[in-house]
Design a protein around this ligand. Structure first.
Ligand SMILES: Cc1cc2nc3c(=O)[nH]c(=O)nc-3n(C[C@H](O)[C@H](O)[C@H](O)COP(=O)(O)OP(=O)(O)OC[C@H]3O[C@@H](n4cnc5c(N)ncnc54)[C@H](O)[C@@H]3O)c2cc1C
Length: 269
């Protein structure tokens, strides 16, 4: 159906973004393709050392998952802070990523964790790293004929930590600003660092320079403050009803520091 209709068909998974868009007439596809009855798309499990999140895994399932709480706390914390229980009950991780709202929490948390999307279409299957998946507001590298069948997250390694910190005006709101951090250590030094930013740019952003500054360093106060400054510089916020650009940049700096400290604490047990 997607192959036949292209841009004129839209996938429906949780419907928590698509249905509001239809109601407001921002989208008027001729055909809605409901994938909810397709079997085998609800896997949330570790396999071959990494995590698989199938297209029909709901945000609520991630919030309640002990596996995510123990092994992928950045994802568990992001899930718990997305909107309200009704949205979390239906909204899917893959739907949120495909929707590519710059205010979306999943995109930044998963980017920090080094995730990739698996997309399937008439031409076969492709793997798309999330680091260059988001092209602009509500725009991705997905073809209109492709379905995201799952998200894959690399295993965090033996000594690792992560956190997702979100500032919202009230419970259930989109982020004023949010920061996701994931770090892995080898022999006391940072082997991999991922930092994702929400609500402070035209897409979910990766603070690449801050990540690079951390690799090979010990996670001491100097490294934490240096990375937080670089993350604040990577943010490109707009002033709006949620706060001024300056305020949001400050929140990114402070949350990056806090998330790095929390990550170090987790990695050290
Ligand atoms: C009141 C409210 C508050 C919200 N607050 C937050 C918040 O705080 N943080 C946050 O991150 N989000 C928030 N959201 C958004 C919501 O969490 C997600 O955007 C939503 O759940 C997307 O997932 P879905 O499964 O519902 O996607 P749908 O609404 O079904 O689809 C969204 C879009 O993605 C496409 N799509 C869906 N699944 C796939 C797929 N597998 N492959 C390819 N394309 C696909 C659809 O065609 C559509 O264009 C909020 C939404 C509402 C209504």
């Amino acid at each position: 159906m997607l192959g036949e209709r292209g841009e004129d068909a839209k996938i429906l998974s949780g419907g928590q973004s698509l249905i509001p868009l239809l109601k407001l007439r921002f989208a008027s596809p001729a055909v809605v393709v409901d994938i909810n009855r397709i079997a085998g798309l609800d896997t949330l499990a570790e396999e071959d050392g990494g995590l698989r999140i199938g297209a029909l895994v709901r945000t609520k399932t991630c919030e309640l998952s002990e596996l995510l709480r123990d092994r992928y706390p950045i994802l568990s914390q992001a899930a718990a802070q997305i909107s309200d229980p009704i949205i979390r009950n239906l909204g899917t991780v893959c739907g949120s990523v495909a929707h590519a709202d710059p205010q979306g929490d999943w995109g930044s948390a998963l980017m920090a964790a080094g995730a990739e999307a698996v997309a399937r279409g008439p031409g076969g299957e492709r793997t798309l790293p999330l680091s260059d998946f988001f092209q602009g507001p509500f725009t991705t590298t997905l073809e209109p004929t492709e379905v995201v069948t799952e998200i894959r997250v690399p295993g965090p390694g033996e000594r690792s930590g992560g956190a997702y910190l979100k500032l919202e005006r009230r419970v259930g709101d989109f982020a004023t600003a949010a920061v996701g951090v994931q770090v892995s250590f080898e022999a006391g030094k940072i082997a991999r660092a991922g930092i994702g930013l929400t609500g402070v740019g035209a897409t979910n952003l990766r603070a690449t320079e801050a990540e690079q500054a951390l690799v090979g360093a010990e996670l001491d106060e100097e490294a934490i403050q240096g990375a937080a400054e670089l993350a604040a510089q990577a943010a490109d916020p707009q002033s709006d009803t949620r706060g001024s650009a300056e305020y949001k940049r400050h929140v990114v700096r402070v949350f990056t520091e806090r998330a790095l400290r929390a990550s170090a604490g987790k990695a050290n047990g």
